[in-house]
Design a protein around this ligand. Sequence first.
Ligand SMILES: [Zn+2]
Length: 158
Amino acid sequence: MAVSSEELGNTGTLKYPSRIRLPYTWHAGKAGSRFYQEIKDHCKIWGTKCPRCGWVYVPPRETCPRCFLDIDEWVEVGDAGTLLTYTITRYSVPGIQPHEPPYALGIIKLDGAGSGLVHLLGEIEPEDIRVGMRVQAVFREVREGNYLDIKYFKPLRS
Ligand SMILES: [Zn+2]
């Protein structure tokens, strides 16, 4: 049976529109729970420090993937850091994005952290964003204990 060009679409492959709804519960774990609670209650960002290699994980981890050791030391890191890289989202995917495009997502290495934190960039036009720029967390006034309690990271003006 022949397939019409309309059924193939512009990619030459069959496509079938559909919608999937998938309710789920995500557990933050011990480290994630403390991380979100500190942000919610105190606007403080904490990480965990490996007892062997000294790497500070933000978001915190309970085990160092380099040393395979449990981590139980907590360290507060700064709410400011350096932008390691970023991307600009310019297309819309309804229902799953934190904002209407365009918006920027960056990887921020907070002062005192070894790893980078992925988050939104705000109070800056996309064309003005630069790798290496200093940024600072902006916390929501009403926090709920989740990742978006940090509203975004804004440029840190000296
Ligand atoms: Zn380690």
